[in-house]
Design a protein. Structure first.
Length: 376
């Protein structure tokens, strides 16, 4: 294993940072790129880093890595585990190292490159909304980009495999919040109050019934993930709070879900004599992978991994990815790269025991190098 990969990955994994507070991560990336011979630049108040290799080529390709971690306490046994309360449980440490390794290969082989290259390290993919890409897409240098590429590790694919869903690949991960207001009272005399828990329970069930019906004809998900009305056993509170997510692949379905949800909520609140405040938060747009870019990525990955290990995925993912914002500039391609060791216990993304094998990182960097030297 390349010592450069080991050093970059172990540092980045040990010092995770959240959201738009990726200052130390950005410093490390900036320093590493400078040492490789790049002239890096900061963006987003020094939370993001990019570098441009202008070789006078006809096209410019941009490779993006997310940088931020999750508010999860790590439970792995690796010797380089997180030294703080956060964790790269979505593999962003691997994404950054893949791109740094590719950057090393690029600058050491300039004569072989067929494209100008922009290397982009972006914070806040995990939020807060509207996400790092929403702001970073407006930096002037990205106007030069003809094609955007990104990797995301996948615990469902074995190491040495990649997968791409052409077309609708990732959903819009919209969020919703509901505040119910009734009338609080003593729990021994419920007839004196208007219990928002009863209305909230009805709403959660009706939303699920709606989802079970609508998913027969639409590619959507609707989930209730939070329900709270206090912690006391002898108090009926005035308020109850519900939260969740609604996921879909086009603007029409996003608006349809928001509208139908409010209709259900309104009817249930009328039934239980409750007031309500409903907020539907439009998050990242759905992500669509370009067929031409996917074909180029398949070609490059096949040369490294073998054609049988490059899979055209059938199903879309209901996760969200703010990489979708870059589609406002140019076509994009998000590739899933295998992070599952054969025989190892399965841990999903965002699990405190999820860890990416080093081999995944090496394959990723070599594929990107193959893409910019062998495809045209």
């Amino acid at each position: 294993m390349d010592e450069f990969i080991i050093n970059c990955r172990t540092y980045l994994h040990q010092y995770p940072e959240l959201g738009f507070n990726t200052y130390e991560t950005a410093k490390f990336i900036y320093k590493t790129l400078a040492e490789l011979g790049y002239s890096p630049n900061y963006a987003l108040d020094k939370n993001a880093v990019y570098a441009y290799l202008d070789l006078g080529k006809e096209k410019t390709l941009c490779f993006r890595s997310d940088m931020d971690a999750l508010n999860i306490k790590e439970e792995t046994s690796v010797p380089f585990k997180s030294k703080n309360e956060y964790m790269h449980a979505c593999g962003h440490d691997a994404h950054m190292t893949i791109l740094l390794f590719a950057a090393k290969l690029f600058i050491n082989n300039l004569a072989k490159l067929k494209y100008n290259i922009i290397i982009l390290f972006q914070p806040a993919e995990e939020g807060p909304l509207p996400g790092g890409a929403y702001y970073l897409k407006d930096i002037p240098i990205l106007k030069k980009v003809d094609e955007f590429y990104a990797f995301h590790v996948s615990p469902s694919l074995e190491v040495g495999k990649i997968g791409i869903k052409i077309g609708e690949a990732c959903a819009a991960p919209d969020l919703w919040e509901l505040e119910l207001t009734g009338l609080g009272c003593h729990a021994s005399r419920p007839e004196n109050g208007r219990n928002p828990i009863l209305g909230g329970a009805k709403i959660a069930l009706e939303l699920n019934n709606f989802y079970q019906n609508v998913k027969q004809t639409k590619n959507v998900v609707l989930s209730t993930t939070y329900f709270n009305s206090g912690i006391s056993m002898n108090i009926i509170k005035d308020k109850a709070y519900l939260k969740g997510t609604a996921r879909s692949f086009n603007e029409s379905d996003r608006k349809y879900l928001a509208r139908e949800m409010e209709n259900i909520i309104s009817k249930c609140c009328n039934l239980y004599n409750l007031d309500y405040k409903f907020d539907f938060h439009y998050a990242y747009p759905p992500l669509f992978n370009d067929k031409v870019l996917a074909t180029k990525m398949f070609t490059a990955a096949s040369n490294i991994l073998g054609a049988k290990n490059c899979i055209t995925l059938v199903n879309s993912e209901m996760i969200g990815e703010d990489f979708a914002y870059y589609n406002e500039i140019a076509p994009i391609c998000l590739t899933w790269i295998g992070a599952k060791n054969i025989g190892a216990e399965f841990y999903d993304l965002h699990n405190a025991k999820f860890i990416v094998p080093f081999e995944t990182i090496e394959y990723g960097g070599k594929i990107l190098f193959e893409l910019v030297t062998k495809t045209g």
